[in-house]
Design a protein around this ligand. Structure first.
Ligand SMILES: [Zn+2]
Length: 276
C-alpha cells in the first residue's frame, strides 16, 4: 500500500495538472455520487490536500472530494482525453482543457462540503500527519506522550493512523531504526529524550522519503552506493527488506520479524531489546 510520502507525491502531480483550472468534465463511477458530476463541472480545483494516506480534492465552489486508495487505488495523470493502458476500473476523473487526473480501483470516495471535512469519520480519527508543514518535533513528542498510547508497543502503534497518520510498513521499520528504538518498546517506557528522538525520526524519515521518492537510507550513503553500481533495492532502506544482511551502521545482521501480521526489520546492534 502506498504510504504518506507516495500519496503526497501523487497529490503534487495531480495538483500540477488540475489546480487553478476550471474542469471541463467530472466523472464518478458510483451511482450515489453521479449527481455531483454536473455540479463540479466548470468548477475550479482549489488545491489537493493529503492527510496521511487520504486525499482531499478541494473545489472553489465549496465541495471537496475525499478519496482513499487503500490497497488497490491508483492515480494516473494524462493528457486531456487520453486513458492509461490498464484493466482497472475508473472510479473518479477530473478533466480540464489540458489534463485528466484519473483514479482507478479505489473504493473509498465521498463528496462533502469543504467546511465539514474535519467531521468525516475517517479523517476525524487521524493523528497528526507526519508530513504536516506546521508540525514540530516538540508538538509530535507531546502527542506521543498521551496516556492512551503509553502501554501499547510501538510496532503496533506506528501502523495505527490515530497515532500518526501516513506511516505504513516500510516507514515503521525505518523510523524505529533511525530512532534507535526496539519495536517492542512502549511510549510510556521512553525517557523524554528518546521520545523526542522518535518524534524527530518520524518526521525526518517521512520527509526524506517524500523528497527522494522513497529512499529512507542516509542520502549521502545512498548516493555513494548508487554510484558504485549497487541496485536501488539494496541501497534504498536502512533495514527494510534487508533481513540477513549487515547493518550499514554497525555491521550486525538485520533480523526479519513479523508484527501485526506484517514484516518488520530490526538491527539487534542499533535497536537493543528493552530490559524489563
Ligand atoms: Zn546496526
Amino acid at each position: 500500500m502506498p504510504e504518506g510520502p507516495e500519496i503526497r507525491r501523487a497529490a503534487d502531480r495531480i495538483e500540477r495538472a488540475v489546480a487553478g483550472r476550471p474542469t471541463t468534465r467530472i466523472e464518478f463511477a458510483f451511482p450515489h455520487l453521479a449527481r455531483f458530476q454536473r455540479r463540479l463541472t466548470g468548477d475550479v480545483v482549489a488545491s489537493v490536500e493529503t492527510r496521511g494516506k487520504a486525499m482531499l480534492t478541494h473545489f472553489a465552489g465549496g465541495l471537496s472530494v475525499y478519496t482513499h486508495n487503500l490497497l488497490y487505488g491508483r492515480w494516473y495523470v494524462m493528457q486531456a482525453g487520453r486513458l492509461p493502458k490498464t484493466r482497472r476500473s475508473l472510479r473518479f476523473a477530473i478533466h480540464n482543457e489540458a489534463h485528466s487526473a484519473l483514479l482507478y480501483s479505489a473504493s473509498e470516495i465521498d463528496v462533502l462540503p469543504t467546511s465539514a471535512v474535519d467531521e468525516h469519520p475517517f479523517l476525524a480519527k487521524l493523528g497528526p500527519d507526519a508530513l504536516a508543514p506546521g508540525l514540530t518535533d516538540g508538538a509530535l513528542s507531546r502527542h506521543l506522550a498521551a496516556p492512551r498510547f503509553a502501554r501499547r508497543p510501538l510496532h503496533t502503534l506506528l501502523l495505527d493512523q490515530a497515532f500518526v497518520a501516513g506511516i505504513g510498513n516500510y516507514l515503521r521499520s525505518e523510523i524505529l531504526f533511525v530512532a534507535g528504538i526496539h519495536p517492542h518498546e512502549r511510549p510510556g517506557e521512553l525517557t523524554g529524550r528518546r521520545r523526542l528522538r522518535l518524534a524527530r525520526a518520524i518526521r525526518r524519515v517521512t520527509h526524506r522519503s517524500y523528497r527522494t521518492g522513497g529512499i529512507t537510507n542516509d542520502e549521502r550513503r545512498a548516493a555513494k552506493l548508487k554510484a558504485q553500481g549497487v541496485r536501488r533495492r539494496d541501497y534504498r532502506h536502512h533495514v527494510f527488506e534487508r533481513g540477513g544482511k549487515p547493518c550499514f551502521g554497525c555491521g550486525a545482521k538485520i533480523r526479519r520479524e513479523t508484527a501485526g501480521g506484517r514484516k518488520l526489520f530490526v538491527c539487534p546492534g542499533c535497536q537493543p531489546a528493552p530490559v524489563r
